[in-house]
Design a protein around this ligand. Sequence first.
Ligand SMILES: Nc1ncnc2c1ncn2[C@@H]1O[C@H](COP(=O)(O)OP(=O)(O)OP(=O)(O)O)[C@@H](O)[C@H]1O
Length: 232
Amino acid sequence: MFLEMKNIRKHYGEGENKIEVLKGIDIEIEKGEVCVLLGPSGSGKSTLLNIIGGIDEADEGYIAIHGDKIEDMSEKQLTQYRRKHLGYVFQMYNLIPNLNIKENVETGAYLSDHPMDTDEILKGLGLYEHRHKLPNQLSGGQQQRTSIGRAIIKNPDLLLCDEPTGALDYNTSREILKLIEQINQTYGNTIIIVTHNDAIKNMADRVITLRDGQVRKNYKNEHKISANDLEW
Ligand SMILES: Nc1ncnc2c1ncn2[C@@H]1O[C@H](COP(=O)(O)OP(=O)(O)OP(=O)(O)O)[C@@H](O)[C@H]1O
């Protein structure tokens, strides 16, 4: 199993303010799967993604990648894990405003052992001609493509996408989802997409729904369609 989560629990606050955000999550994801994580606002999706990403810590339970438990890792190993295995795509792109598009993509290669060629990535993303521009000179879709470039330049085993289309219109969203699909097909990386958009589950290999900090549904999608055919 590529990614295994077992009895993940997480709370925030103490006493009267204590909220149980994740109440014992068990999930297994195979290598190369596109997994869509759905659930209402506040159900714990981003918290779970941040725990998988090693940015937040669970109170209980464990996450193992390739059989290596994250909780057993030293700070140094955790840094290695983030560096080697993980790419992160955020809803609001989080680009560095005073670096151009090429430089923003290159920040993702920092400290990576075998980064991919930046120009190749820029060409694949349709950003090559814009490479010398600053983020605020590009559309939302182009900025999101830049942030995807930054996440994939180190060719991560695991690509985590938190509402990657949340700020985009229908056509641009579909373009971004097609890009994510193409990355999965080309590099075989495992991809987790957190979204509010129910339609995106149709392009997934695995669909997981959270409600109130628990897994409500977890199934393999036998009738996967291409991102190009998604409608909402
Ligand atoms: N750092 C934090 N401190 C306190 N409470 C938090 C923190 N992060 C998240 N929460 C709370 O945990 C709950 C789950 O939040 P989370 O962001 O994981 O949900 P979500 O399913 O991703 O929601 P959304 O779809 O709105 O992004 C919410 O009630 C939120 O207010």
